[in-house]
Design a binder for this molecule. Structure first.
Ligand code: SF4
Ligand code: F3S
Length: 103
């Protein structure tokens, strides 16, 4: 599962498409955690897609990650600022790749 203390345990490695990247990042095998309020561990995400389908405010969008061992696309929390903290995505992700931090 995603480490909910990633902001303490990882270093911010930069930003991609307006979304924070938390390392370590070594593409294509290691993609890190993306986002802050809504965070997705790209190294755990296997492109199930439930988060994209169920999020009521369309926070997520697919990004391609060719060569990643789990899946070749990931759910990027591109519109995390829109999140209403319903926690649906956290509940539906089959591999617990998502952390939402209300407040
Ligand atoms: Fe979308 Fe709800 Fe997840 Fe926020 S907590 S990203 S609103 S599904
Ligand atoms: Fe990935 Fe989980 Fe969404 S596997 S696509 S973060 S439901």
């Amino acid at each position: 599962a995603i480490d909910s203390n990633f902001e303490v345990n990882r270093e911010r490695a930069g930003e991609e498409d307006g979304v924070a990247v938390w390392g370590p990042v070594e593409p294509p095998e290691k993609q890190g955690i993306r986002g802050t309020h809504v965070a997705v561990d790209f190294d755990i995400c296997l492109a199930d897609g439930a988060c994209l389908e169920d999020c009521p405010v369309d926070v997520f969008e697919w990004v391609d990650t060719p060569g990643h061992p789990e899946s070749e696309r990931k759910a990027n929390p591109a519109d995390e600022d829109q999140c209403i903290d319903c926690m649906l995505c956290v509940d539906v992700c089959p591999v617990d790749a998502i952390d939402v931090d209300p407040g």
